[in-house]
Design a protein around this ligand. Structure first.
Ligand code: L34
Length: 278
């Protein structure tokens, strides 16, 4: 029987730390949250981010733009926010509508306000190990792994998925803690065999029921970054929870696992951004 990793509890503690620091120092911290279009999932995530800001004493400024917004209009807004001293962090919720080039938008965000750590300058800093921000989801996963008392040093870690947002930076953070890291993706030969080597398995695929029991080593720590809807429109991760859970030593639920951690780390990054700018 695996122990459940309680992402809600771990994230709550981090948010309390951020709140206490902002309150005790009397800091004025602001986060701009930009959402373009009407993706219902993005709407939920952005609302959760705003609630977390409220809890931490961070002022959130929402910019909800219509689906038809032009790339140039969005870039102009970001430039305005870059120059606004009340705004310490800028978050442009992804995905963006197809006619807007994501890289053009990320490039426009001032690296000092890039609380997602998606800008190439921040990505490069992370690779080198000289950074101000860590990307929220991978940083949240590291916190969850630490919460189990697992020492990452020397462990076999397998990351499924190679996105810029999760898979690649996830591998880097595990590497920083001296893990032996393998990144798997759609071209990986014998995926199950590679995954079975993992002491720590992180799945960031985006497909319900993707990770099955035959892919998991007895006693592995299993982290599920997936955020999917199954046939009954129920929120679920990548991991076939019922069959994997008995094999794992620790496992994250969805919801209540990685999702809340992404938001807690965003709060932490926004506070770091404030310090970086003062
Ligand atoms: N720019 N875009 C940018 N930054 C990010 O860090 C994100 N991400 C991902 C999508 N786009 C982004 C998020 O915020 C995923 N993500 C995210 C954030 C919060 C939650 C899930 C994904 C979350 O709150 N999850 C809850 C359940 C939410 C529900 O009920 O639907 C949970 O308990 O997992």
């Amino acid at each position: 029987m695996a122990k459940l990793i309680d992402g809600k509890a771990v994230s709550q503690k981090i948010k309390e730390e951020v709140r206490d620091e902002i309150e005790s120092k009397g800091l004025d911290v602001g986060l701009a949250v930009v959402i373009v279009g009407n993706d219902p999932a993005s709407r939920v995530y952005v609302n959760n981010k705003k609630k977390a800001c409220e809890f931490c004493g961070i002022k959130s400024y929402e910019y909800a733009l219509p689906e038809e917004t032009k790339e140039k209009e969005l870039r102009d807004l970001i430039r305005t926010l870059n120059n606004d001293p009340n705004i310490n962090g800028i978050l442009v919720q992804l995905p963006l509508p197809k006619h807007i080039r994501e890289y053009k938008i990320i490039k426009t965000i001032s690296p000092k306000k890039d609380v997602d750590a998606f800008h190439a300058e921040n990505v490069g800093r992370i690779v080198i190990g000289n950074y101000a921000f860590l990307p929220c989801t991978p940083a949240g996963v590291m916190e969850l792994i630490h919460s189990t008392g697992t020492d990452v040093d020397g462990k076999e870690c397998v990351v499924i998925g190679r996105s810029n947002i999760v898979g690649k930076p996830m591998a880097m953070l595990l590497l920083h803690e001296n893990a032996t890291v393998t990144i798997c993706h759609s071209h990986t030969k014998d995926l199950a065999e590679v995954c079975r080597r993992a002491d720590i398995l992180v799945s960031a695929v985006g497909k319900a029921d993707f990770v099955t029991a035959d892919m998991v080593k007895e006693g592995a720590v299993v982290i599920d970054v997936g955020m999917n809807r199954n046939a009954e429109n129920k929120l679920c991760g990548d991991v076939k929870f019922d069959e994997v859970e008995p094999k794992a030593s620790y496992i994250t639920p969805v919801p209540g696992g990685v999702g809340p951690m992404t938001i807690a780390m965003l709060m932490k990054n926004t506070l770091s951004a404030k310090y970086l700018q003062s």
